[in-house]
Ligand binder design. Structure first.
Ligand code: PLP
Length: 263
């Protein structure tokens, strides 16, 4: 047996019945990083590789019960936030984080699935901006999510830098802005911005229709923070992990959509 009471990572997110994204991707990522994974299910999706067919949001009292049970027994090194669905859920999560004060909070501001399904009610955007950004150690938007958070278009690398600064001003302690959606055939460039400046991470663009990359990236950062890595190293290693998992990806459904390989 290894050392008693290793640090655990907690995901508060949505379940994906198709096993490619959400809680399922988060727990696979934690396991691949050899970090014990805890989960509090904020929303349930009926989903396959082609789309989301139904969403159910459990009562917030039950979400509190899950989160409180985790904090009552485990040494939690980082919390990863994914699909939170509604303003009520966001307020419940913010209340729980203010009560328990985990060392790190990685916020993946999940809004719309690659398939086009809406995973956050539009009236929940203000709650996400006002309650969760200030609690986040790191927020990991893709470009469409950053555009919705800020209310303006991000069409090039200069605009990405301005968006990072604007998200820092809104209260996040660090921003990992993912550039994959930029209309650009070159490398994918992600920017990590924090008080000490901006760091660039570059990967060759893969021509794949993939599912669960955002969840996996944020969970890998959370796992790396649990393992004691500094933020820059945690983000760089997480990006490399997603890239390798995509290259090894497979197609479990009847569509061309690729699910990441965590094995
Ligand atoms: N389903 C759930 C529960 C999610 O949390 C997410 C993304 O975070 C998705 C689906 C969408 O994943 P993707 O956009 O990678 O297909």
């Amino acid at each position: 047996m290894n050392s008693p009471h290793p640090v655990s990572a907690l995901t508060i997110a949505g379940s994906d019945s198709g096993g490619g994204a959400g809680i399922q991707a988060d727990l696979k990522t934690f396991a691949a990083h050899r970090v014990h994974g805890l989960s509090a299910i904020a929303a349930l999706t009926a989903q396959h590789t082609r789309g989301v067919t139904a969403v159910e949001v459990p009562p917030v009292e039950f979400l509190h019960a899950q989160v409180d049970a985790c904090f009552a027994d485990f040494d939690i090194g980082a919390v990863k936030l994914g699909m939170l669905a509604t303003a009520d859920v966001i307020h419940a999560v913010a209340d729980a984080l203010e009560r328990h004060r985990p060392p790190h909070v990685v916020l993946d501001p999940v809004m719309v699935a690659t398939s086009g399904a809406k995973l956050l009610r539009p009236d929940a955007l203000d709650a996400l901006r006002n309650r969760l950004l200030p609690l986040a150690t790191l927020v990991t938007p893709n470009l469409p999510e950053a555009e919705l958070l800020l209310g303006w278009e991000i069409a090039n690398h200069d605009a990405m830098r301005r968006a990072c600064e604007a998200l820092l001003q809104r209260g996040a302690r660090a921003v990992l802005l993912k550039g994959g959606h930029l209309a650009d055939s070159g490398d994918v460039v992600d920017l990590l911005a924090h008080g000490a400046g901006i760091v660039e991470f570059r990967h060759a663009r893969l021509q794949l229709e993939a599912h669960g990359t955002g969840c996996t990236l944020a969970s890998a950062v959370a796992a790396n923070l649990c393992r004691g890595l500094a933020l820059d190293d945690a983000c760089r290693a997480a990006g490399d992990y997603v890239n390798a998992a995509l290259r090894g990806g497979y197609r479990p459904g009847r569509s061309d959509v690729v699910v990441l390989d965590h094995f």
